[in-house]
Design a protein around this ligand. Structure first.
Ligand SMILES: Cc1cc2nc3c(=O)[nH]c(=O)nc-3n(C[C@H](O)[C@H](O)[C@H](O)COP(=O)(O)OP(=O)(O)OC[C@H]3O[C@@H](n4cnc5c(N)ncnc54)[C@H](O)[C@@H]3O)c2cc1C
Length: 402
């Protein structure tokens, strides 16, 4: 092979996917003296806006690793936090258990990639993993490189951090059971001129539509509507730029990264019962929620982490769970490859992290169910329970754990 970056021999660990979880796992392994390579099929980081933050103690873990140093970013404990359609009133001070790092996913990935490459990790973009086969000693991975050539790379272990449609999971024969939502969400950045929207104490007044709360789902005639000024996330964003989302019954639609402005406008009108006065829209996409957990996190020398292992339909908990997967697995791989720990150590990954995945699945499914129109009575009972701050904080501790 002509590429000079490829040392001969066997890598300790090959990672598929340079999303946040693959990049973090690679950094942790490299910091522990492991020879690690990351294969990423995309030529550059995805411009599609995804997460707006990390919720839970994973945020603290990243901060402790120095990732936020000099960035101006900081972990906060919000006094209120959304639990599906309900608000957890957590208060301020040491009794508030929840940590949040507000950060656009793109920025997070940039920080993680710089951190990983600073530790000597090779992140090979435009390298698509096609197949693999394992023996008792190692694993042979077929990779299509930048020039289209297919080559075989050997590693002691392979980790699929290759997202919800993971080919590693599929080729390892691991099922991904769960449920697909019957709702569709459309998300976009829109410009709403100052004269067409008026800030009020906890949200906005929009002529023809009325009052909508900021940063949380509003129950509207045809579904749910969420709106937040982008400047809350990105100080450089113009004041008239907003992140909006509509949720409504799915009908015949499929999820897409290329939603037209007409489809967005129609959806907003159906949900709000009147036309939303936006003048421009970018990054319009639609998603259909899934709640799924891989049947196994390990198959011989192959592991799954992040969205490849679990996807959730609510709650901003995916990165928290994925970060914990990466930290736990890195620790075990280092103990095995450098410390001579037995295979039992590696089995512990699935025992620990799949149980955690099941817990996250439970509270995110509960949030999705609480959001459904027909569950008004359950919402009302839950809202009464959550009036007690101790109960709200107890639930926040569940979210915090990941
Ligand atoms: C609109 C939206 C909003 C979200 N908001 C939040 C939020 O607020 N908080 C939160 O915690 N989570 C949120 N999420 C979820 C979060 O974005 C994901 O949990 C996160 O991206 C998962 O990271 P990952 O590294 O596991 O996988 P991914 O980010 O999906 O990365 C997988 C990578 O693997 C690569 N890959 C795939 N197959 C191959 C192959 N064969 N060879 C080489 N490379 C391959 C892909 O190109 C990709 O770069 C949101 C998601 C969306 C879509």
């Amino acid at each position: 092979m002509s590429d000079q970056r490829w040392p001969s021999g066997v890598w300790d660990v090959a990672i598929v996917g340079a999303g946040p979880i693959g990049l973090l796992l690679a950094s942790e392994l490299a910091g522990g003296g492991i020879r690690v390579v990351v294969f990423e099929q995309a030529p550059s980081p995805s411009p599609v806006p995804k997460a707006n933050g990390i919720v839970g103690d994973a945020a603290v873990s990243l901060s402790r690793r120095g990732l936020l140093d000099g960035t101006g970013l900081r972990v906060v404990s919000p006094p209120r936090f959304q639990f599906g359609p309900l608000v957890l009133d957590l208060g301020v001070g040491p009794g508030n258990p929840l940590h949040v790092l507000p950060i656009p996913q793109r920025r997070l990935e940039e920080l993680l990639e710089a951190h990983a490459t600073g530790l000597g990790v090779q992140v090979l973009r435009s390298h698509e993993v096609l197949t693999f086969s394992q023996s008792s000693d190692d694993i042979a991975v077929a990779v299509r490189t930048t020039d289209g050539e297919v080559t075989t790379v050997r590693a002691r272990y392979l980790v699929g951090c290759d997202g919800a449609h993971s080919i590693v999971r599929k080729q390892a024969g691991i099922d991904f059971p769960g449920i697909t939502s019957d709702e569709i969400a459309r998300i976009a950045r829109v410009m709403i001129p100052a004269g067409r929207i008026a800030p009020v104490s906890d949200g906005f007044e929009i002529p023809g539509i009325g009052h909508v709360a900021a940063m949380r789902p509003n129950r509207m005639p045809g579904g749910r509507f969420t709106i937040a000024p982008v400047a809350m996330l990105d100080r450089d964003a113009p004041d008239d730029l907003y992140l909006i989302s509509t949720h409504e019954p799915r009908g015949v639609f499929e999820a897409s990264d290329a939603v037209s402005i007409d489809e967005l406008r129609s959806s907003a009108t159906r949900v709000l019962g009147a036309e939303l006065p936006f003048t421009d829209a970018t990054a319009i996409r639609s998603t259909i929620g899934n709640s799924r957990l891989a049947d196994a996190y390990r198959h011989g020398r192959v592991f799954l982490a992040g969205d490849a292992a679990h996807i959730f339909n609510a709650g901003g908990s995916a990165l928290n769970a994925g970060v914990h997967d990466a930290l736990d697995l890195a620790h075990r791989l280092i103990a095995t490859l450098r410390g001579g720990a037995s295979d039992v150590e590696l089995d512990g990954y699935e025992v620990t992290r799949r149980a955690a995945g099941r817990r996250v699945l439970a509270h995110t499914r509960a949030q999705a169910e609480l959001s459904r129109d027909e569950n008004e009575e359950i919402r009302s009972v839950m809202a009464q329970l959550l009036d007690d701050r101790r109960t709200a904080r107890r639930l926040a501790r569940v979210i915090e754990a990941g």
